[in-house]
Design a protein around this ligand. Structure first.
Ligand code: ADP
Length: 165
């Protein structure tokens, strides 16, 4: 069984994330979308909300499941018999950090990182930018799943203009 993790904070999940998850699901027997649950970081959505949205988005893919993790990703991978980490690369600016992280993870544990080039239509897409644009009233409906857009609009309305990164 070849099993991969797609890690991230997913605050909230975007079409760019789902493009990578879907492509990973075709490369591996099983994909675990690993949601970082780091309490020190301020998020617009709680870990439970981020996981619930991902579970809904991943419903069409029978070999994809969603799990939260704390601490080191390599520990989570070892505990779940995950051999590879799949990361999307958007631009050269992603590369330096992702290469460093891949090499660190390989030195910590026997785990391979597989880089998947982002689809051109999603190369500018990041959760942080989606929140910022939506916070100023921009239309992000083409960039995130419809049910996520509804929850984002509701959350931003609850919080007034207060964005939390
Ligand atoms: P953000 O979306 O704000 O960059 P995440 O930590 O949730 O933050 O992203 C998790 C991972 O998902 C990234 O490290 C990257 O591998 C992948 N990813 C995110 N957005 C895209 C995108 N638009 N295209 C391809 N991969 C992406």
């Amino acid at each position: 069984m070849r099993r991969a993790a797609c890690p991230g904070s997913f605050d909230p999940v975007t079409n760019g994330h789902m493009d990578i998850v879907e492509r990973a699901s075709r490369l591996f027997d099983e994909v675990v979308v690993a949601v970082g649950v780091n309490r020190s970081k301020s998020r617009l959505f709680t870990a439970e909300e981020r996981i619930a949205m991902l579970e809904q988005a991943c419903e069409p893919f029978s070999n994809v499941r969603v799990a939260g993790f704390t601490g080191l990703l390599t520990t989570f991978c070892a505990e779940n018999s995950i051999q590879a980490i799949v990361k999307g690369l958007r631009a050269v600016s992603d590369f330096d950090y992702e290469l460093q992280m891949a090499q660190m993870n390989a030195s910590l544990a026997d785990i391979e990182t597989v880089f998947v080039p982002t689809s051109p239509e999603y190369s500018f897409l990041a959760s942080s930018l989606v929140k910022e644009v939506a916070g100023f009233g921009g239309d992000v409906s083409g960039l995130i799943p419809g049910f996520v857009n509804e929850r984002l609009t509701a959350r931003l309305a609850e919080r007034g203009s207060g964005l939390e990164g």
